[in-house]
Design a protein. Structure first.
Length: 69
């Protein structure tokens, strides 16, 4: 009684498709895929390899000027 069979999964799939529609499910799938790709890139350190100083892309980090007083 605990395991879901293929028939159960098909019923769940049909209900989800009726609730959200095919276009919205495509958008959700695309967003999920991009999120997982970003997670994998972050875990593997690809962001740090692209920027050796450790700053995120688009961040123009300039060293602070020291007071000369």
């Amino acid at each position: 009684m605990g395991a879901m069979s293929i028939g159960h999964w098909l019923i769940v799939l049909v209900v989800v498709l009726l609730l959200f529609g095919p276009k919205r499910l495509g958008d959700v799938g695309k967003g999920l895929g991009q999120g997982l790709k970003g997670l994998r890139d972050g875990l593997s350190g690809k962001d740090q390899e692209a920027n050796p100083n450790g700053t995120p892309p688009g961040n123009d980090a300039r060293p602070e000027k020291a007071d000369t007083k």
